[in-house]
Design a protein around this ligand. Sequence first.
Ligand SMILES: *Cc1c(COP(=O)(O)O)cnc(C)c1O
Length: 379
Amino acid sequence: MVIPYARQSVDETDVEAVIRALRSDWLTQGPEVSRFERAIAEYCGGHDAVAVSSGTAALHVAALAADLKPGKRLWTSPNSFVASANCGLYCGASIDFVDIDGDDGNISVPALKQKLDIAERAGLLPDVVVPVHFGGQSCDMEGLAALRERYGFKIIEDASHALGGRYNGRPVGECLYSDMTVFSLHPVKIVTAGEGGIVATNSNALAEKLRLFRTHGIVRPDEAEGTDPWLYRQVQLGYNYRLTDLQAALGLSQLRRIDDFVARRHEIAERYDVSFANTPVRPLARRDYAHSAYHLYVVRLPPAQRRAIFDGLARVNIRAQVHYIPIHTQPYFQAMGFKTGDFPVSEAYYASAISLPMFPGLTEADQRHVIDEVLRLAR
Ligand SMILES: *Cc1c(COP(=O)(O)O)cnc(C)c1O
């Protein structure tokens, strides 16, 4: 029996919800998608939410709605999945990175401030900053919002890991300190729809743009306009990023259990924390302002031992993972001019990090096995 680093929790109510949608009049985007969007907006305490076909598509439409295009600039953290940077490239914008805080894996606010000062003098300030709530723990949003105020960029939170997380007691996705917040519904994430993504926002204007980019840039004239009933107008270049009603039915059903999922993830994290206290296995720092959704449980290991520990775990069928290979070290980004050494904290962090199994269905016995093996290998 293999213990993966992450796994979805699908139960019979989820299965029945999808079957009900399958028997309904709609298969693609329909009433389930609208219900799901309202439920997410309500859960996050924000005004609106727009569902799309993946977290990557959500980042793309958010970047478009933030008006990214050639000549504009997006900055994000190298310690993320490549999609956090690619969304800027899809729009023809240029991208750059800000190094992380090595203790929590999130974007470093002091490093951002320093880079903004340099960029301001050069007239190259970013238009959008994408902070990534690494592992489900919120970034320092007050710190980021203060810089947004001073330097005038937009903030798109990449909260792919953080649905169900909180910042200063408020739900991630409420967008109190950002323009938009993006979630992913990939099976390893907190809540799944198979595939899917969401953009939460409090702005009606942004929500309208997001919906336009989601469906080919097409608007249907109001019936009140008295135009031909078959008429539609393409006013923008958009995409087909629709979520299906089948997926939304799964997402909606899963969302009802989100608080249980996150509570269970916290239980697992506590047990790891206690077991690794006073050992060479060092968990990420927990910040007082954040209540993590605990998508990942990352530990830092002595870099000389990391590979041996990873391989040792694989030999006993424990499939750890590594999050993340710094984006700027990927061949595609190196070809753009980024170099190894550009973001040393991210690189040092990467050399020592592994993600241990963390998912609601992880049994106590399996977790004990993981803990014993990690401690045996790290000794
Ligand atoms: C999963 C993830 C994405 C992309 O989400 P998909 O739904 O897989 O497209 C983007 N950013 C981060 C940080 C992620 O973990």
